[in-house]
Design a protein around this ligand. Structure first.
Ligand code: MLT
Length: 249
């Protein structure tokens, strides 16, 4: 039987290399695609001032079309989850399964939108390194930072090398996304929701709310992880994803 295609969509402000533990660990059970979202990593396409989640989703659809891939399992972490939710609303027929990690279906508050604009301005005026320094303590648990310093170094290095325009456009695009909770209620596709028990950016209630909106979904909480559970606890994370792929095969 052909392996399923797992399309991994990274969070903010990261790139496709973030998924290295999944590319290595899940390749025996899936064809793992881990592209750079527009403007991040090696992608040098022109950036609009604000990159909306639907525009990233359209890039992902174009990638599948170019590769001749009909259906995928979508795996999106945080901002990648926002992109996955936009994708599934637009092209549900292309999605065989959905994995939403450390994300939420609600829109930003007014305060949240203002903070996004400040992030965009800081990225443009001060550069990615400043953003990376501010984000690492928020996305990794204290335990991950002390017990797995190589994970903290890797995440910081990925963030610090992203182009400032890509960071600003993504921050502004996230501020424009709608509440997709009702759209989730209409999704009849097998869904796994994964989060970290110590995630302060997306507290557990954001995942529980998505789980409630999607009665057929499964919710897995990785206690030791914070916001980047696929990097902080890759073995547990990969085992959960592999088991899900097996269940929906
Ligand atoms: C991410 O990790 O992609 C971001 O923290 C998402 C967000 O800021 O809403």
């Amino acid at each position: 039987m052909a392996l399923p295609t797992l399309l991994c969509i990274h969070g903010f402000p990261l790139d496709g290399s973030f998924w290295q533990p999944q590319v290595e660990g899940l390749s025996p059970v899936a064809r793992v695609l881990a592209p750079d979202l527009r403007g991040f990593g090696t992608d040098r396409r022109p950036m609009p001032a604000a990159m909306q989640m639907e525009a990233y989703a359209a890039d992902m659809k174009a990638l599948l079309d170019a590769e001749g891939i009909d259906r995928v399992v979508l795996l999106g972490l945080s901002m990648g989850g926002y992109v996955a939710m936009a994708f599934i609303e637009l092209w549900p027929e292309r999605v065989q399964g959905l994995i939403l990690c450390n994300t939420r279906s609600t829109a930003d508050t007014g305060e949240g939108k203002a903070a996004r604009e400040q992030t965009a301005l800081d990225a443009l005026s001060k550069g990615a390194d400043v953003i990376a320094r501010a984000m690492v303590p928020k996305v990794l648990s204290a335990r991950t930072r002390s017990e797995q310093p190589e994970v903290a170094r890797r995440v910081k290095a990925i963030m610090a090398r992203q182009p400032r325009e890509a960071i600003a456009a993504a921050a502004r695009g996230m501020a424009l996304r709608p509440d997709r909770t009702d759209a989730l209620r209409r999704i009849a596709i097998p869904t796994l929701i994964v989060t970290g028990g110590r995630d302060e950016l997306m507290p557990l209630h954001t995942s529980e709310a998505m789980h409630r909106a999607m009665p057929g979904s499964e919710l897995v909480v990785i206690d030791a992880a914070a916001h980047l559970c696929s990097a902080e606890a890759p073995e547990i994370f990969n085992a959960e994803v592999a088991a899900f792929l097996d269940r929906i095969a």
